[in-house]
Design a protein around this ligand. Sequence first.
Ligand code: HEM
Length: 508
Amino acid sequence: MDYWVAGFLVLTAGIILRSRLWFRLRKWKTRDGEEEEQEKETKKAMIPKGSLGWPVIGETLAFIACGYSSRPVTFMDKRKSLYGNVFKTNIIGTPIIISTDAEVNKVVLQNHGNTFVPAYPKSITELLGENSILSINGPHQKRLHTLIGAFFRSPHLKERITRDIEASVGLTLASWSHLPVVHVQDETKKMTFEILVKLLMSISRGEDLDILKLEFEEFIKGLICIPIKFPGTRLYKSLKAKERLIKIVKKVVKERQMATTDTVRKTSPANDAVDVLLRDVSDGGSSDTPSQPLDFVSGKIVEMMIPGEETMPTAMTLAVKFLSDNPVALAKLVEENMEFKRRKLESGEEYNWSDYMSLSFTHNVINETLRMANIINGVWRKALKDVEIKGYLIPKGWCVLASFISVHMDEDIYENPYQFDPWRWDRINGSVNSNVCFTPFGGGQRLCPGLELSKLEISIFLHQLVTRYSWRAEEDKIVSFPTVKMKRRLPIRVAPVERTSHIPVEDH
Ligand code: HEM
């Protein structure tokens, strides 16, 4: 009987214990579930607010309409006032988070931990290929970036390229004065392409340059197009042009490879980007190259033509446009450059890179042009995992657009942002955090390696233009979609002038 009682007691205790355990487990489970739910809710609440618009097309039409207007930033401003500095939308079928916040943009650009990768439309990725310098991420991108950046900043190149740019600009401007009308956008494009090709592979004016230009133009027509690839489509034609382009470049690279002996490599500095890349390949620097070094180098040269090809002429064209509309700024620019020319004539010295860089008002004009032009209005990235920035969540797989134009045209940062005011850069004098609030060349890991070179090129162009010529611009309008350009390609009439002394300018 005692056994029965003992057994009953053990059984009851067991049942009580099990049920308590079960309850506790359930409680834990519920708590885990609740925590998970809560975490999900918190994360959801951190996703920037906004509207995804209509099915499929999202808010694309409003985005494009603003791009065609005189104030492309209206799209962002409207949503910023409704949802805050960082908001979500849907453009061209892609849900996207747009940041108009300078600090959020900075974190996206710095990209610590490689959480973001560049996100381009499909047509661009098709044309660039998977391993393009513009789309790769991680150590390989870093290495190429450092290599090219170091070459673009090297004293040897600076000296050589200054002379090359002066010569190209001189010849181009001289030809302008014989033309009844000059379309600045087209003519600067020819000139900057010539300089770019010289920098990349030392090809000068002539038949080779003309063929290269023809094929390159056909190639880049497909950068923004419907990504369908069969004979007859735009993308197909562009891919074929790329093949022909690579073939021409490969010939140049091969000849250079054969002419570059070990002694040449060791004793003379690299003259152009072909030299830099070939030497790196021979030193075993680029891990994925040994099997096809010629293809690798030729591909990289073609890719490097893309970011400089349209940005440079656009910057020059818009500088001419803004100066034409602002005679006081133009007079001050003439004054500074005439004074500089006079000093150089007196000393009999050649102009060098640092001379051009020391022209402070000229650089104010360049900065103000780049701020207002927003040639690259922002950069697109894709998040590889959930990223939290300043309390906002960018969920894994989402695209983010770090909008530079919104920051450059923000009246809380720049007083009267729509006014072309080169003097503002003297007044700002450190009060605007220029690393964060002024990013025409991007920043962080992918900061444009052509930054200094671009500024030099624009300085030389402006110097020669304002010290030797005068011009009258016809009425024209800036369009910002799909890329920044002048609606009528900025027609001007140019005449040579004999400026003897500086023109005094009233204080601004
Ligand atoms: C006014 C002229 C220019 C502007 C406004 C400009 C702007 C930019 C911007 C914003 C980026 C960053 C893109 C990103 O983060 O995804 C960039 C990258 C780049 N730029 Fe420029 N650029 C200019 C001229 C040039 C020139 C003349 C070259 C010379 C070849 C050049 C070569 C490059 C290259 C190779 C990259 C890619 C860097 C990388 O991803 O590692 N750019 N540029």
